[in-house]
Design a protein around this ligand. Sequence first.
Ligand code: CO
Length: 152
Amino acid sequence: MALRKIVQEPSEFLRKISRPVEKIDQRLLDLLDDMAETMIHNEGLGIAAVQVGVLKRVVVIRPREEAPLIELINPVMVDSSGEQVQNEGCLSVPGRRGTVRRPKKVRVRAQDRFGKEQLYEATGYLAVAFCHELDHLDGVLFTDKALELENE
Ligand code: CO
């Protein structure tokens, strides 16, 4: 495993659309491991591959409780409902936080590292994390959606 450099604002790279993963090979597994290490090292709660300079539809999320990391390959939001407004930050937008309106509950389908389809149901904080990270895959940052922004 290795730490990777985090792409930060105002890099235009963060605005690119990530491409679907076609093959889960060693290179992709290394990417997942490096993303996890980089996220934890930087005290992040989620990370998308674009944030380490790789345009692949890959996300790693850290649940708050002592649960395994959630690895999403080619994630798709299949359903969302309700509404919540939470405070968010982003490893690619250091020093800024903001409140964002998101669904209260989401269902996301994705492949895991074994290529198996998984369906995740998330509410609260975890639903926010899914939405925030999936947005990264389409070049969207939380600052685009924030109702209010503040400097830390
Ligand atoms: Co982010």
